[in-house]
Write a protein that binds this ligand. Structure first.
Ligand code: SAH
Length: 351
């Protein structure tokens, strides 16, 4: 059986035309699925019954099951989705008072990057998600909204490294931005990467309007090699060059994410080096106070230390946003909910 959400619009149209069916029926099916997540073919009331049966024999629409659902006081909701092979991934719905409804999605089961402070990579990577599974994350989260409410933003900041799964992610994002899909503006899609120059350049050359965020986390290679081990093969200089290229090609300013880890990368000297590194670049810095992971030794800096760090960057003319923490009580740091569930592959020191 084919996974319907894994079919690009072209593939689905071809399936119809090959059977002598009008191609507009493909768009009709897609509109149902994106408008009413959870729907089955037999509920698609404007399709003839034999066609509904034919579709149900060829395709399954939904392949995931909600294994756990958690809601925080600030309305942040997190889903643990079980995939057809029993693997589990996380995705999150975030809301704010400006009417933004943002989904945060995963691109892999686990992660191979090994960032030392992150829960997602503690057990390595199991596999990449398919296009259909990535689309399904967005639709399962949309299903949590009251009827008629729309998703407005996508952030690819869940488990996994999106730029090593671009071939599957890009068609999923096309469906997110397509008018027969979720109709979300490409400018409201953010892809967060550990910093893979080849992937960044590939994305730049597509000339799409996605917003790129690069997880820098350190102002020099010595420290970055320790926090983000994959940096040893890459180096900050190559990442910044690729980020500059992204800006040249797309006109979109790149965000640099910087997780503040108490006593490790949050000192005035780190701020000064970060200023020197980014000076003259049209960069935004997103400071993320660390969200502690059970079993790992890293700590969140005191608010005054974060404010001092932000102040030093701002004083040098760098645009800074400090990420407002959401969903604290629901294991919102990527990978934490998955690890806290019974049957998790290895519960580590927090078990
Ligand atoms: N692989 C992508 C997506 C990772 S998750 C990347 O590296 O960008 C998105 C961001 O959250 C990354 O910047 C990641 O380093 C950061 N992050 C991971 N664990 C965190 C934690 N426990 N607290 C705060 N930020 C965390």
């Amino acid at each position: 059986m084919l996974h319907l959400l894994d079919q690009t619009p072209e593939h689905l149209r071809a399936w119809f035309t090959e059977r002598g069916l009008p191609a507009f029926r493909a768009a009709q099916v897609r509109r149902w699925v994106f408008a009413k997540p959870g729907i089955e073919f037999d509920q698609m009331s404007d399709l003839a019954r034999p066609l509904r049966e034919q579709l149900a024999e060829a395709f399954c629409i939904w392949t995931t099951r909600v294994a756990a659902r958690k809601k925080a006081a600030d309305q942040t909701e997190k889903l643990l989705l079980e995939l057809s092979d029993g693997q589990r991934i996380e995705c999150v719905l975030l809301r704010d008072d400006k009417g933004h409804q943002t989904v945060c999605i995963s691109t892999q089961v686990g992660c191979a990057m090994g960032c030392v402070f992150c829960a997602s990579g503690l057990d390595g990577v199991v596999r990449s998600l398919t296009t259909g599974e990535i689309v399904e994350e967005m639709l399962r989260l949309k299903q949590l909204l009251p009827d008629g409410e729309r998703l407005t933003h996508v952030v690819v900041m869940g488990m996994g490294e999106p730029l090593v799964n671009l071939d599957r992610l890009l068609p999923a994002l096309e469906m997110a931005t397509h008018r027969d899909g979720l109709g979300i503006s490409a400018r409201r899609v953010t892809i967060s990467t550990v910093g893979i120059p080849k992937g960044i350049r590939r994305l730049a050359d597509l000339n799409c309007q996605y917003h790129l965020a690069v997880s820098l986390h350190a102002p020099d290679d010595d420290l970055r090699n320790r926090l983000v081990p994959t940096n040893r093969k890459i180096g900050i200089a190559a990442i910044l060059e690729a980020a500059d290229y992204y800006f040249e090609k797309t006109g979109r300013r790149v965000t640099f994410e910087y997780v503040l880890l108490a006593g490790i990368n949050d000192q005035p000297e780190h701020a000064a080096r970060l200023v020197a590194l980014l000076k003259g670049r049209p960069a935004l810095v997103n400071l993320i106070p660390y969200n502690p992971v059970a079993g790992l030794p890293y700590r969140t800096p005191a608010p005054a230390a974060s404010a001092r760090f932000a102040g030093a960057l701002e004083h040098a003319g760098i645009t800074v946003a400090t990420r407002f923490r959401k969903g604290d009580r629901i294991d919102a740091a990527c990978g934490q909910l998955r690890r806290s569930q019974p049957g998790a592959p290895d519960r580590g020191a927090d078990a």
